[in-house]
Design a protein around this ligand. Structure first.
Ligand SMILES: C[C@@H]1O/C(=N\OC(=O)Nc2ccccc2)[C@@H](O)[C@H](O)[C@@H]1O
Length: 451
């Protein structure tokens, strides 16, 4: 159907900026703001819900919540330390919350007084982070919540002329803030949008289309997530004709494409993930701590996304004083150590075309390259690995990526089916670089059933 504010393209972007985003594969998400101070607790009670929603879960009156800004000193905040840890963790890009649903801005916005300049910290945290991360060679993306609990003109739905007028003022405010962010931080590579699920925003598909156009005028090559977009009829992420809006699909949140489905890689996409089960902001309670994921689980997710040509954005929730939780720092180092040895199977890689899903892990491959990697994340108790190659291919060798390099000689079980004896290799997540060749002519011919 004819749409004025639907998808602006039918095929994935092929420009250099988008290719760079694709090749990153692994990124750091950071949720930090006033909510990191109460960290899931209010008046001595632990609220077992996402820490960044505490204002709502604990029914805190807005003025009382806004008072938190007067305690926001972030005395332990050190952008360079965050960036150095991120670099050691192996991430190639980072996405920071500039304003989450509570409306508090981590930059000195001229359009509101509810920002980090008006706190005891009196700092432009976004400016410091953009500079520090770029010094460490990490591309920066900015998260912006359209949903804003603080702004008096926010509306969930538009039921009256007054609602319409107020929400028009709100959308002008939000557009002004987004232009302000693009003009203050023109080196950022993209915007990650959130808080666009309410009826009020879905009724303003044109505004979401204008935001994308305006930001891309200000920063050529900018990348915008699908979550910003609604079309003429309020359809989100994909327009009413089913075409993806924005530059990549950002609907995978705390979940990955499961079961493994090759059709997912037809579009660019990114999954975002928390370390605890369900809190993006720092939660100090046992509720969050007991559900933390291990490095092995997160490495499996990185490989899972790569095997379907998607990116994995792992979230860190720094503490209220600006320090990084030591458990999160240790996890980041563990993942970084694995990537330092096995990153060849992740960075710049994507789906291994013609290779079927093996079950014990994932195959990855660089587009237009013969080299395929096998990332073994589910340890076969039989200690043997069976690899079903594409028809007509033979496996010549499998070389372990981590030191000391170990070359395994595959046993050919039958045409295109090979087996690796893993012996007593340590049960960490292993990666093999596979050397393949076209199968020679068969030395025997199939018995002729007609004889
Ligand atoms: C990355 C996460 O994104 C969110 N929400 O994402 C959603 O997509 N939520 C949603 C989606 C559909 C319907 C209702 C809510 C936020 O609420 C959360 O605090 C965090 O910033």
């Amino acid at each position: 159907m004819e749409l004025n504010y639907g998808a602006s393209r039918q095929q994935p972007r092929q420009d250099a900026a988008m290719q760079r985003f694709r090749e990153h594969r692994f990124g750091q998400f950071v949720h930090w703001g006033l909510y990191a101070m109460p960290a899931g607790y209010w008046q001595g009670t632990e609220y077992r819900f996402a820490a960044e929603f505490l204002q709502k879960t604990a029914n805190i009156p807005e003025p009382e919540w806004a008072e938190l800004a007067q305690q926001f000193s972030a005395e332990a905040f050190d952008a360079d330390a965050w960036a150095a840890l991120a670099a050691r963790s192996g991430v190639k890009y980072a996405t920071f919350t500039t304003k989450h649903h509570d409306g508090f801005c981590l930059w000195p916005s001229q359009y509101t007084d509810f920002h980090s300049g008006n706190t005891p910290a009196a700092r432009d945290f976004i400016g410091e982070l953009v500079a520090a991360y770029q010094r460490h060679g990490i591309d920066v993306y900015l998260y912006y919540s359209v949903l804003d609990w603080h702004h008096p003109d926010w509306r969930y739905r538009l039921e009256s002329a007054e609602d319409q007028q107020a929400f028009k003022r709100y959308l002008d405010f939000a557009m002004n803030q987004l232009v302000e962010l693009a003009q203050r931080y023109p080196s950022v590579k993209g915007f990650w949008f959130d808080g666009t699920w309410d009826e009020s925003v879905k009724a303003n598909g044109r505004w979401t289309w204008e935001v994308e156009q305006r930001l891309k005028e200000l920063i050529p090559g900018l990348i915008v997530s699908s979550r910003l977009r609604a079309d003429d009829l309020g359809a989100r992420h994909r327009d009413s004709n089913g075409s993806l809006m924005g530059d990549y699909e950002s609907g995978y949140e705390r979940r990955l494409p499961d079961p493994w489905d090759r059709s997912v890689c037809e579009q660019d996409w990114e999954a975002c993930m928390t370390i605890p089960q369900a809190s993006w902001g720092y939660h100090a309670g046992p509720w969050a701590k007991r559900t933390r994921k291990s490095a092995a689980e997160l490495i499996d997710m990185i490989a899972h996304c790569t095997s379907l040509s998607g990116n994995f954005l792992l979230n860190f929730g720094p503490r209220g004083d600006g320090s990084i939780d030591p458990e999160d720092a240790a996890l980041a180092e563990q993942i970084g150590n694995w990537l330092a040895q096995n990153g060849a199977a992740i960075y710049g890689k994507g789906v291994a075309t013609n290779w079927s899903y093996p079950g014990w892990g994932y195959y990855t491959q660089e587009a237009d390259s013969e080299t395929v990697y096998a990332v073994v994340t589910k340890w076969p108790t039989a200690r043997r690995l069976r690899l079903q190659l594409p028809a007509g291919e033979r496996l010549l060798a499998a070389t372990l990526l981590r030191e000391p390099a170990l070359q395994l000689n595959p046993q050919e079980l039958e045409t295109s089916l090979f087996e690796l004896e893993l012996g007593n290799s340590s049960e960490e997540t292993l990666v093999f670089e596979l050397t393949t060749a076209a199968a020679e002519e068969q030395s025997w011919t199939e018995p002729n059933p007609d004889v």
